[in-house]
Design a protein. Structure first.
Length: 216
């Protein structure tokens, strides 16, 4: 128990450490050209896990529970939501834009590129990182008309084989739901990440810069 408490304390201290902005860059997500999904697609439900302790770090790392995305990505997500509503379903979002400085903290905790994109800087400027850092990726799940999450093969940020798209074990209904979500997202051009059933990249993500504007 003492060892567990010590590990948690170290993780908390690591996440609490201030990280200098990778570059001057835009001061806010809006200034960087990102849009708030609550305005672009108000029917999409939010459960921004990193704004709460309910995530793998066990501490809140975002100061606000907001989802920012590139305008094109947000528009595509709105169309997915509209299409799912015809089936009595909808989307619930776990994570969207993520500042580059937060990416560095996540990498320090989970240095495994199957689960966390490695943040790389050159001359103090981000040169490689997560699609989340570009505002072009979204983590989400399916909900019913009342907002209840449908069963999935694993929980969010489950760093096991159950999270992989090629996982065939477990509950058959959960696998069906995962494939249903993937089909709905692919229809609007989103690219699924093989290692995480919840993660999707917007098309054209390569054209968006890595950002470190704080979430507000």
């Amino acid at each position: 128990m003492r060892r567990c408490n010590t590990v948690l304390l170290v993780l908390w201290m690591l996440l609490a450490l201030p990280v200098a902005a990778a570059s001057a860059g835009p001061a806010t997500p809006e200034a960087a050209g990102l849009v708030d999904i609550a305005k672009a697609a108000p029917d999409v439900r939010l459960d921004i896990r990193y704004a709460t302790p309910n995530n793998f770090t066990k501490v809140a790392v975002y100061p606000a529970a907001k989802c920012y995305l590139r305008a094109d990505v947000a528009a595509r997500l709105a169309r997915v939501q509209a299409d799912l509503e015809k089936q009595g379903l909808g989307l619930k979002v776990y994570d969207c834009y993520r500042p580059f400085s937060i990416q560095k903290k996540f990498w320090a905790l989970v240095p495994n590129e199957d689960w966390v994109a490695k943040p790389v800087e050159k001359d103090g400027k981000p040169v490689s990182g997560s699609k989340h850092n570009r505002g072009a990726a979204v983590d989400l799940t399916l909900v019913d008309a009342a907002g209840n999450e449908l069963p999935m093969p694993s929980g969010f940020d489950d760093f096991t084989e159950k999270a992989r798209r090629d996982y065939t074990g477990g509950d058959k209904a959960a696998l069906t739901n995962s494939r249903r979500l993937e089909a709905a997202m692919r229809k609007e051009g989103f690219e699924p990440l093989p290692s995480e059933w919840w993660h999707f990249d917007g098309p054209g993500w390569q054209g968006y810069e890595l950002l470190d504007a704080p979430i507000n």
